[in-house]
Design a protein around this ligand. Structure first.
Ligand SMILES: *[C@@H]1O[C@H](CO)[C@@H](O)[C@H](O)[C@H]1NC(C)=O
Length: 812
């Protein structure tokens, strides 16, 4: 028991050390110059989410469903099938079909391992038999009304298969037809660590992938169907230079299908930044669906391939830009006009010095404009990249052969000079810049990166909002802060609190600017593993999330969690939710109910909830404290952005006074801690939460102070050393509190105290004498009070509560 508790304390200390180290490293980022400017101007949105729900809290609320599979992992491919009501999943050695209603129920499985001889071959080549030489299903597409198309690494032997899923939901067919298994080269990667980006259009597969065992020959490849397969120029760094493919999408350009284009999103080593070392740029590449390759040169190669840089940056204080170049994910939000979806992207930085992540939004107009701009051209004495000034041949490379823009029937009919120009100028000079010139959402100095994004357009009372669901996970670059940690502890695992889902909206503020609101942070996996895939169903209002260890399902909203009062619902500013007169519930704009109240833009309960909030009864409870021992007055606001103040009224005749924290009275995120109760502490305490200019009283606690009888807790107990050693005693007491109390939740509280003491928020007064024996004896009483408060609170809320901002302990 004792050793276990000590371990918990150690890991708490380790976490504190780490947070201190990462705070330090983000503090110096401005001073180190490696092409990274000061992030001083990056004052992003409030740093904490309004609501933070741990896995446990989500579970208590029945807010998360989970699918896991023994002896499998790496649920990297997710495919939504709204009509059949299924979520198809590609994992290690398995294909799965889960129910969209509840992924934990009615699953169907296909065991799809790599054949033994391939595994042996892979093992002889020096790969790990269990990690590498197995089949990771990486590619999953709808093929036709009865079949899916799936590809896996097949122990470094890419393989694809047609998967029969039946006509209708009732068919319950889910199997691989063994006669329909084929070579997956150019469709699936060989290496499980690599990814492919692909899109299946008609009966053709367009994929960006490495096509060789060594992972050096990267290509954008068209296969399947009846036309000859076609690819990018081989080993030409101007075309592709060590790319990492992220996404592929088909977007029509006009009403004429001949103009349809396919866009690839990737990041690669920038040829144009040669001379600045190895620099990564994010790219968007385009090609025409009706590209048939050239006739004499570029035979079976793309003749319409163009690419350009995707810029996502913020201006620094010195006028330079800080770039986010590590493109991680792309989501196309369809609008009414199929030709103009909105392109939502997530980026992290490629710098190991300055860490941050951003969401950037692009329009198809800006993307098309870049491809119609000047070509990049290498010229001059220094071979610099400049805009091409000469005459561009006709038809302009990048244009699809169609009646809309010319008279060419096929790319095979393009003149030789067009083909030659296309071959040498795949890169555009102008980059694509984001809408508004800067990210729509930004986070810096956090221990995770954005890895995934899915967006839902929601109709609210005051217009529509694009709700962004952002998956987080491991940094592209490993954190150096770990090594710089002053706490050298070995054998303890590092913090894994990185995989979460953030729910964010951008609210217009004035006519030109907007402000971002981080509504929720959800820990959807118990082990907080990095999120590597996300699919959204607007129809079912569900989000499906994949990671290394499992698949999770959460609702897009949890309105009732915001509270039981109109003001709480209104302050949440969640476009999914509104006050219906009785509760905070899902807002549907077409249901004509007069008393639906919602104000996402302003979130002002004074105008919206007038009359309503007065009716809310303030919760009252009673607490007994023993003179000389400590008491904890717990009050948890639902919102982490609320500012809590306490008032104290000693006697009904006395005025209500604001509690001013000092060495004896500590205000923590979870409540008020009276370290050593005095007789004059008795009376009525009220806890008030202020948010967005609106104040509400959450709780009233009547504290009755009982005179102490135990000699051990008497304030006259022998005093010991001063200064330094008193400090040690306080630490020791914190240990003892942990030993005493079985509920690990309270560790958060203690961390909070330790944390604030370490950081000088409340330096302990040497005059406070707290002998260890005092803590030992009075501990039980103290925790009994705490438990009473806790029990009371559990009765009050069955629907969970916001988490503390304190560092997580290893036990949670
Ligand atoms: C779908 O494709 C598979 C594989 O080519 C084929 O066997 C099947 O008949 C097709 N189904 C339909 C409805 O066309």
């Amino acid at each position: 028991m004792m050793t276990m508790t000590m371990k918990v304390v150690c890991s708490v200390l380790l976490l504190l050390g780490l947070s201190a180290a990462s705070a330090m490293s983000s503090g110096v980022s401005g001073a180190v110059s490696s092409g990274v400017s000061s992030p001083a101007s990056m004052t992003s949105s409030p740093s904490s989410p309004r609501m933070k729900l741990t896995y446990k809290e989500l579970q208590q609320f029945n807010g998360v469903k989970r699918f896991e599979l023994e002896r499998s992992c790496c649920f990297g491919a997710l495919l939504l099938d709204e009509e059949r009501g299924r979520l198809f999943v590609g994992a290690r050695n398995f294909l799965l079909s889960l129910s969209l209603e509840n992924i934990a129920k009615h699953e169907q499985k296909i065991y799809w391992p790599a054949p033994v001889d391939w595994r042996e071959e892979c093992n002889w080549a020096g790969k790990d038999i269990n990690m590498d030489c197995v089949n990771y299903v990486k590619v999953l597409h709808h093929f036709n009304r009865t079949h899916l198309y799936a590809c896996g690494t097949g122990a470094f032997h890419p393989t694809c298969a047609y998967v029969q899923v039946g006509h209708k939901l009732e068919d319950h067919v889910f199997r691989i037809d063994p006669s329909l298994v084929e070579d997956g080269k150019g469709k699936s990667p060989y290496d499980p660590r690599h990814n492919a980006a692909s899109v299946l259009i008609g009966d053709e597969l367009y994929s960006g992938v490495a096509t060789d065992l060594m992972g050096r020959d990267f290509t954008i490849f068209r296969s399947l169907g009846h036309r000859p397969s076609i690819r990018t120029e081989k080993h030409d760094s101007r075309w592709l230079n060590e790319p990492k493919f992220i996404g592929a999408f088909a977007v029509p350009e006009s009403e004429n299908p001949d103009d349809d284009k396919v866009f690839f999103f990737f990041r690669e080593t920038a040829v144009e930044a040669h001379g600045f070392g190895k620099v990564t740029y994010a790219r968007i590449g385009q090609l025409c669906r009706n590209d048939m390759g050239g006739q004499r040169s570029l035979v079976n190669k793309w003749t319409t391939f163009l690419k350009t840089r995707l810029v996502c940056s913020v201006p620094g204080s010195d006028g330079s830009e800080t770039h986010f170049d590590e493109l991680r994910d792309v989501f196309l939000l369809q609008t009414r006009d199929r030709k103009n979806p909105l392109v939502y992207t997530v980026f992290s930085t490629s710098s190991s010095v300055f860490r941050g992540s951003a969401v950037c939004l692009y329009t198809m107009n800006d993307i098309r404009r870049a491809f119609l701009g000047p070509f990049a051209h290498k010229e001059g004495p220094n071979y610099q990249w400049v805009p091409f000034q000469g005459k561009v041949p006709y038809p302009r490379p990048g244009m699809c052969p169609s009646k809309t823009f010319g008279s060419f029937e096929s790319t095979k009919g393009f003149p030789d000079n067009v083909i030659q120009f296309a071959r040498h100028h795949p890169l555009m000079f102008n980059p694509v810049t984001p809408l508004g010139g800067r990210p729509v959402f930004l986070r810096t100095g956090v221990p995770y990166s954005f890895t995934q994004i899915a967006v839902d357009r929601v109709n609210a009372a005051d217009g529509h909002y694009d709700v962004m669901f952002i998956g987080t996970g491991q940094q592209a670059y490993d954190c150096s802060a770990v090594h710089a940690s002053p706490v050298a502890v070995t054998g303890l695992s590092l913090p894994t609190d990185i995989g979460a889902v953030l729910k964010v909206i951008s609210v217009p503020k004035g006519s030109w600017s907007s402000t971002e609101l981080l509504l929720e942070e959800l820990q959807v996996f118990k082990d907080s593993s990095s999120i590597n895939n996300m699919q959204i169903s607007s129809k079912r209002q569900q989000l499906y999330v994949g990671s290394e260890t499992g698949v999770a399902q959460v609702s897009l909203h949890r309105c009732s969690m915001y509270g039981k009062a109109c003001a709480e619902c209104c302050l949440a500013r969640d476009p999914y939710c509104a006050w219906d007169g009785h509760a905070c519930t899902r807002y549907l704009p077409n249901t004509k109910r007069r008393f639906r109240r919602q104000d996402v833009r302003n979130g002002d309960p004074n105008t919206l909830c007038s009359g309503d909030y007065h009716k809310q009864r303030v919760l009252e409870r009673r607490l007994y404290g023993v003179e000389g021992s400590s008491s904890f007055l717990e009050c948890l606001p639902k919102s982490l952005q609320a500012q809590v103040t306490w008032t104290h009224q000693r006697h009904p005749n006395n005025p209500r006074e604001e509690v001013r924290p000092d060495d004896r009275v500590l205000q923590t995120d979870r409540g008020l801690l009276l370290r050593r109760v005095l007789r004059r502490d008795g009376g009525v305490y009220q806890c008030h939460a202020m948010e967005h200019g609106f104040t509400q009283t959450l709780l009233g606690i009547t504290l009755e102070v009982l005179p102490s009888t135990s000699p051990a807790s008497s304030p006259h107990s022998p005093s010991h050393a001063q200064g330094q050693s008193t400090n040690q005693k306080l630490w020791y007491r914190d240990f003892m509190q942990l030993v005493d109390h079985p509920n690990l939740n309270t560790i958060d509280q203690i961390c909070e105290q330790v944390w604030s003491r370490k950081h000088g928020k409340a330096v302990p007064d040497p005059s406070i004498e707290t002998p260890a024996s005092d803590a030992l004896h009075s501990g039980h009483k103290k925790w009994k009070h705490l438990k009473e408060v806790r029990k009371g609170r559990n009765r009050r809320t069955h629907d969970g509560r916001p988490a503390s901002r304190a560092p997580r302990s290893a036990g949670e």
